[in-house]
Design a protein around this ligand. Structure first.
Ligand SMILES: Nc1ncnc2c1ncn2[C@@H]1O[C@H](COP(=O)(O)OP(=O)(O)OP(=O)(O)O)[C@@H](O)[C@H]1O
Ligand SMILES: [Mg+2]
Length: 457
């Protein structure tokens, strides 16, 4: 099968033929025409073309006229305009009129091939994103969620099924995988979207505060309760309550929560009236709840109440197909925000991004792209703008010591320690120094690893 379908339009036979032959040799299907009008006829009568490479000045119909006709009638076809050497106005107006790119004549074969390759790459990204949106249907607004990997498609499918219901949802996944983003999407795509979306962070508070935060309190219920206050449950009435990091709640609070989940009713702290509410609960955790249950940190009955509709977000290293999309998205976003003319990601830079293990998942990628954009004063992001530490690289020998795909903070720490030991030829004093930890901490860590069965020397 051809790599893509291209039309070459130029009234100069030799030039047109040279381009056609060059591209045919690379596996493209190429048709050629000598003016805009015959090109337009060819395009209307055949299967859709991917790219039209056209000259500007031609008899019958000029390049810019052809460009506008294609833009209006064949939006799926990209136009690559060949401009005269040094003619900035020609190039500018071509891009303004909707050309995907321009090529200054004359150009070497190399340039032609690189530009074509780039064009096909960006077409591929566009199609992936487009298909994704189409599959999800216009009913759903998941615009802020980027992803085309199988893992992410599954998430979006569940989201689509679950969002319209009132079912309790438990979202699991490592830190930075997008749990809050998904929680918001659940709300935005539910019949409650016009109601409130209230978030409560279960990790941040001691029990007594947590209780009044969730249920509210009556005036005088405890010292300092100078007026009656509504809790998050009441505030979320008619909408969605996001209980972030639910696993961090004490078991005592978990018991109180269980009742609300079962009965959808509660009393304020110090209050006697029972308050009934209509809310949807979405909970998140980055812990393994079945394990927490075994260890006695999480109530099993609460887990079953929460786990009605589970959504698990794969870590970024389990869905590397999404990396180019996310990189492009965030580079575009920050380039606009910081007013930079960055149009490309250098191929070697992308390669490095694909090699990286992403312990901090999408959040880390987002921050790294923001920094790259800030550091970049060229039109392409280069490897030197990325600051990827070797620690997260899949090739890093230390990391392969622990081949688990999901890098926990502990794994990364372990990897760093082994790597530093290797580098310092097992000299512990220098290793501790280079890591910025005390020799005692290092010894303790090594003892821990030994207990896990990993020997160091
Ligand atoms: N698929 C995605 N598409 C676009 N942006 C994403 C995606 N996943 C995550 N993000 C972005 O990454 C950042 C982190 O996401 P979010 O806060 O939802 O993660 P989290 O799983 O709740 O992390 P934590 O466990 O640390 O709270 C946010 O800025 C979010 O918009
Ligand atoms: Mg979060």
């Amino acid at each position: 099968m051809a790599k893509g379908r291209i039309v070459v339009v130029d009234d100069e036979f030799h030039f047109r033929d040279w381009i056609s032959q060059t591209l045919k040799r690379r596996g493209f299907h190429v048709d050629a025409c000598e003016d805009g009008q015959s090109a337009l006829e060819l395009i209307s009568e055949n299967d859709p073309y991917d790219v039209v490479i056209t000259d500007i000045r031609m008899p019958k119909m000029s390049g810019p006229q052809l460009l506008r006709a294609i833009r209006d009638n064949f939006p799926g076809t990209d136009v690559l305009m060949m401009t005269q050497y040094g003619s900035v106005p020609e190039a500018v107006s071509a891009i303004k009129d909707g050309a995907a790119d321009f090529l200054e004549k004359p150009f070497p074969q190399e340039t032609l091939l690189i530009r074509i390759q780039k064009l096909f790459e960006s077409r591929k990204l566009r199609t992936e994103n487009h298909n994704l949106r189409r599959e999800l249907g216009s009913k759903f607004q998941f615009d802020s969620i980027i992803g085309c990997s199988n893992g992410m498609m599954k998430v979006l499918e569940s989201l689509q099924m679950i969002a319209p219901t009132k079912a309790t949802v438990l979202i699991t996944g490592e830190s930075g995988t997008g749990k809050e983003l998904i929680a918001r999407a659940l709300h935005e795509n539910s019949p409650r979207r016009t109601g409130p979306f209230i978030k409560v962070n279960c990790a941040a508070m001691p029990d007594t505060l947590m209780e009044s935060e969730l249920f509210g309190h009556e005036k005088g219920a405890f010292t300092g309760a100078i007026k009656t206050v509504e809790g998050r449950f009441a505030l979320a009435n008619g909408g969605t309550l996001l209980m972030d990091e639910i696993s961090e709640m004490s078991t005592g609070m978990q018991a109180k929560l269980l009742r609300v989940l079962q009965e959808r009713e509660f009393e304020k702290v110090g209050g006697r009236d029972t308050i009934k509410i209509d809310i949807r609960i979405v909970a998140t955790t980055n812990r393994d709840l079945p394990k927490e249950i075994k260890e006695g940190n999480f109530r099993e009955d609460l887990f079953h109440r929460l786990n009605v509709c589970p959504i698990h977000l794969p870590s970024l290293s389990e869905r590397m197909d999404d990396v180019p999309l996310l990189v492009n998205y965030y580079v575009g976003l920050y380039a606009q925000e910081y007013g930079k003319q960055i149009t490309e990601i250098d191929a070697r830079a992308m390669e490095q991004l694909m090699q990286y293990i992403w312990p901090g998942n999408v959040r880390e990628l987002q921050h790294k792209m923001e920094r790259a954009v800030i550091m970049c004063n060229e039109n392409a992001i280069q490897p030197k703008h990325l600051y990827l530490d070797e620690l997260g690289s899949k090739d890093s020998p230390a990391f392969t010591l622990d081949a688990s795909a999901q890098a926990s903070l502990k794994d990364i720490e372990k990897a760093a320690i082994f790597r530093a030991l290797q580098f310092n030829e097992n000299n512990r004093t220098r290793t501790a120094e280079s890591l910025g930890i005390s020799i005692r901490t290092l010894r303790n860590k090594l003892r821990e690893y030994r207990e896990e069965g990993i020997t160091v020397d």
